[in-house]
Design a protein around this ligand. Structure first.
Ligand code: ADP
Length: 162
């Protein structure tokens, strides 16, 4: 049984994330979506809310588990007997940071590989940060977020759904 761990902040989960999860399920028998606290990123949603939203958007997908983890990702991946860490690669701009992180993780634990998956091109420019900006200024969210995630985001920002 091949297990992949897909870590991230998911603040909030977008269609870009779900695209990567769906693709991962073609490669792995089980995908563990690991939501990180990441306080340094000052997330808009707390950890429990982010987990709840990932659960919501992955509800129909078999072989997906949504968890939180603390500490080093490679340690968590090893504890869960994962074969690989999954990361999404959007544009070239992601590459440098992802490259560094993958190599640091390999240094920390050489048995955990990092696998990169490319999203569908319609999501290749999508980031949670940009979506929060779009929401703040009243832009349409239907192409980017699950309707209930969009609703929660607008509510959090004190905006009414349009
Ligand atoms: P992190 O803080 O770990 O970067 P994110 O939630 O921003 O957390 O992203 C988690 C993972 O999902 C990262 O590998 C990121 O590159 C990937 N990702 C985010 N948005 C997209 C997208 N639109 N298409 C493909 N991968 C994405």
């Amino acid at each position: 049984m091949k297990i992949g761990v897909y870590p991230g902040t998911f603040d909030p989960v977008t269609y870009g994330h779900t695209d990567i999860i769906a693709r991962s399920l073609h490669v792995f028998d089980k995908v563990i979506v690991a939501v990180a606290p990441n306080p340094t990123k000052r997330p808009l949603f707390d950890l429990a809310e982010r987990v709840e939203m990932v659960n919501l958007v992955t509800k129909g997908l078999p072989h997906v588990e949504v968890v939180t983890f603390k500490g080093l990702l490679v340690e968590y991946a090893q504890k869960r007997k994962a074969h690989a860490v999954i990361r999404g690669l959007r544009a070239i701009s992601d590459f440098e940071y992802e490259f560094q992180m993958a190599l640091v993780n390999r240094k920390l634990n050489k048995s955990v590989e990092t696998v990169f998956l490319m999203p569908s091109e319609e999501y290749s420019y999508l980031t949670s940060t940009i979506i929060k900006e779009v929401a703040r200024f009243g832009g349409r969210l239907t192409d980017f977020l699950h309707p209930q995630v969009a609703q929660r985001l607008l509510r959090r920002l004190g905006r009414r759904a349009t």
